[in-house]
Design a protein around this ligand. Structure first.
Ligand code: XUL
Ligand code: CO
Length: 433
């Protein structure tokens, strides 16, 4: 009997239902600003937290006893059955995986590739049968001890080459499965201590590695987007993909800013000392907004706790800036979120996603109402309206200089400061959430 035998597919039952396994806000087909909710949110379930993670923490071992756990191809097939059963119950359209989540690591690189290809065949059949699609694939370049000093940024070129082989195989599989994106998260691309680190060399290695990924994408005709997932630290003390702005600088330095976009994760933004919407708005302003890993961190612990999102006013603001940036194209919301380790029942896995998905749906409704009202957009436009004047446009277009502006300012009346109206705007937002 299936692990989820007694769990029915989750349905929309409306805001007032007391059914804990029903959607209260997520109606996939509901039209919002000319698109269905499903098209706006492009929800993905991730393999690693939901089907691989055993519930360990730094002090304790496995708490989850999933029948598909094991390091064999047969276990990997059973895991794929459980994953696609979960997607069916939740009615979600996408999934994401690392190479090592999907298939066991073999004794050699060739065996690793063969294992991954075998599971790709299983995925292909299940995807054709269910219509579930791949939001993105990625390679795990951080768990194995060979990567303890980094992958692309390793001092040993043999590890750099090993990582290249792993990424090539993961890109091949992502391409074969019609993935909408390919993600690189540099968990170990950073350093523990400067005392043993040649930072300039490591950054050059990273740029070269990324360029090779882009070159390979074009060589195989992969039409998805290459995404970098910024994170400031954890597992390494300093990570080179610190935040969106840092990643943009790296991309520009290697001429890749039109080739690579970012996958922004809520918890990573918080670890970097930013808000999620700050990272989204930065990416949009720089033209590199790609996709989101949605979760939340515990605000007290200072760790990347990867909890399921449950605060819809916070999510609404993030979605507001996504809508203002034109919404997702190849990206979507990937639930990079994991259960707490005491949540050991099958229902916990489903209920966690139901709550997270409803949080997104409710956030989308609030965000769309904010966009449609236009109050915030109008207030911002009004704040910058002075720039519509001819002389101000000329200044921005490069047709004035410090001397001509100084002459103008000296003969003009003293400029009058205006209110930023923050509290009024915060009150305005609260009308919609
Ligand atoms: C780690 C993290 C990863 C990436 C994929 O914090 O977010 O799971 O999303 O490697
Ligand atoms: Co992530």
């Amino acid at each position: 009997m299936s692990y989820f035998a007694d769990i029915e597919p989750v349905r929309f039952k409306g805001r007032d239902t007391d059914d804990p396994l029903a959607y209260r806000f997520y109606e996939p087909g509901r039209q919002v600003m000319g698109k269905s909710m499903a098209e706006h949110l492009r929800i993905a379930i991730c393999y690693w937290h939901s089907f691989v993670w055993p519930g360990t923490d730094p002090f304790g071992g496995q708490t989850f006893e999933r029948p598909w756990f094991g390091d064999t191809i047969d276990a990997a097939r059973a895991k794929a059955d459980a994953a696609f059963a979960t997607f069916r119950i939740l009615g979600t359209p996408f999934f994401t995986f690392h190479d090592r989540d999907a298939a066991p690591e073999g004794a050699s690189l060739k065996e690793c590739r063969a294992n991954l290809d075998a599971i790709a065949e299983v995925f292909e059949a299940k995807m054709a049968e269910t219509g579930v699609k791949l939001l993105w694939g990625t390679a795990n370049l951080f768990s194995h001890r060979r990567y303890m000093a980094g992958a692309a940024t390793n001092p040993d070129p043999a590890i750099f080459a090993y990582a290249a082989a792993q990424v090539k195989a993961a890109m091949d599989v992502t391409h074969r499965l019609g993935g909408a994106n390919y993600v690189l998260w540099g968990g170990r691309e950073g350093y523990e201590t400067l005392l043993n680190t040649d930072m300039k060399r490591e950054l050059d290695q990273m740029g070269r590695f990324l360029s090779m990924v882009v070159e390979y994408k074009h060589r195989i005709g992969f039409s998805g987007t290459i995404l970098i997932e910024p994170k400031p630290q954890e597992p390494t003390k300093h990570q080179y993909d610190y935040d969106v702005a840092t990643v943009f600088g790296l991309l520009q330095r290697f001429g890749l800013e039109r080739e690579v976009k970012v996958n922004i994760e809520t918890g990573h933004a918080v670890l970097a000392g930013h808000s999620f919407e700050h990272e989204i708005a930065t990416a949009a302003a720089l033209g590199i907004f790609g996709s989101c890993d949605i979760n939340r961190n515990d605000y007290q612990s200072g760790w990347d706790t990867d909890q399921f999102p449950n605060n819809h006013p916070e999510v609404a603001l993030a979605i507001y800036y996504i809508l203002r940036a034109g919404g997702f194209t190849t990206g979507g919301f990937n639930f990079d979120a994991k259960l707490r380790r005491q949540s050991i029942e099958p229902q916990d896995l489903i209920a966690a996603h139901v709550g997270g998905i409803d949080t997104l749906a409710r956030g989308l409704l609030s965000a769309a109402a904010m966009v449609e009202d236009g109050g915030l957009e109008g207030a911002v436009a009004d704040r910058y309206a002075g720039w519509e004047a001819d002389w101000a446009r000329e200044a921005l277009a490069g047709r004035s200089d410090l001397a001509s502006l100084a002459a103008r300012a000296e003969s003009a009346p003293e400029p009058q400061p205006r209110s930023g109206r923050q509290e009024r705007l915060e009150n305005w937002v609260n009308r919609f959430v």
